[in-house]
Design a binder for this molecule. Structure first.
Ligand code: PDD
Length: 292
């Protein structure tokens, strides 16, 4: 496995960072996860735009322009095996003596990237759907920033695993649903797909956008609006989306079946359309994005 660290490609075993890196000390950094289909980074301009939004959110200057990012990313893909990969990009505020305030003058940010094989959900999982639990959304008020400080998400996701489930659906202020611990969540009611609006309380998912675009292009009724806690519990279907899981049905919630307990019609439709989109659009982008 070849990784990228601060301008160089190297085997992962050789990648080292100093212990005073502010990512290690404070969780002071942001990240991105980008799926790669047929060796093409999917929606790279959109992922780079979200990365810029995260960097702006933590007041860290982007170390590279889009064409540099594209060059390093395309090289990382070429240096790793597999047609389908997922990329992890990680930028921290760099290495400095420990002090909460930003280093003055600024130090060079740390940039790390790695690639892993993209393993999408198995046929069994697609057929059965997955279980989820609900929990209070106890994160901060800037969940639109893809921050590497993921301790709340880690604990929330572990609570799902401890309950034999795949995801935790987060309820803010005991009133409305925001997203999952590591995914976006859609509710289906009366054949309408309902998505919470992108705001500071959720990560603006790239897969979320794809699903809404697919719904619009195929005449699927959809609404973007606040989703109440009660609507989650009375949903006909629940869906989760992310770059690595694509789209999955949630068929059990807090131990009770969602709808009839099987992946529903909306899931079947969106899953098929997503696979068509992958084949016809995601795999056909050429040439790769170069930032121009
Ligand atoms: N997580 N919300 C949260 C909190 C997430 O962590 C993710 C993705 C999403 C979905 O975003 P996208 O469709 O752009 O992947 C929503 C990634 C996969 C991760 O942290 O590994």
């Amino acid at each position: 496995m070849t990784v990228y660290l601060n301008g160089q490609f190297m085997p992962i075993e050789e990648a080292r960072i100093p212990v005073l890196d502010r990512g290690f000390i404070f969780g002071d950094g942001v990240y991105e996860v980008i799926p790669v289909y047929s060796r093409r980074a999917f929606r790279l301009p959109e992922h780079l735009r979200r990365l810029q939004h995260s960097l702006d959110g933590i007041r860290l200057e982007n170390p590279y322009g889009d064409s540099d990012w594209a060059r390093y990313i395309n090289e990382l893909i070429a240096r790793n095996p597999g047609e389908d990969q997922y990329l992890y990009l990680h930028i921290t505020r760099g290495v400095a003596r420990r002090d909460h305030a930003f280093p003055r003058p600024p130090v060079t940010p740390t940039v790390f990237m790695m690639s892993n094989p993209l393993i999408t959900p198995s046929a069994e999982l697609l057929q059965s759907g997955v279980g989820a639990i609900t929990s209070q959304d106890n994160r901060w008020l800037r969940c639109d920033i893809k921050a590497i400080a993921l301790l709340p998400n880690v604990l929330l996701r572990q609570a799902a695993v401890d309950a034999g489930c795949a995801e935790t659906i987060l309820i803010r202020d005991d009133a409305f649903m925001t997203e999952g611990a590591a995914s976006n969540i859609f509710v289906v009611k009366n054949e309408t797909l309902i998505a919470p609006p992108k705001d500071h309380l959720m990560l603006p998912g790239i897969t979320y956008d794809v699903i809404l675009e697919i719904a619009a292009a195929n005449g699927i009724r959809h609404e973007v609006r606040k989703v109440s806690r009660d609507e989650v519990f009375s949903a006909d279907e629940l869906l989760l989306t992310s770059s690595t899981k694509e789209v999955l049905a949630i068929t059990r919630l807090d131990g009770k079946p969602v709808g009839d307990g099987k992946p529903g019609r909306m899931f079947d439709k969106l899953y098929k359309l997503y696979q068509d989109f992958k084949r016809d659009v995601m795999r056909q982008q050429s040439p790769p994005y170069t930032g121009g």
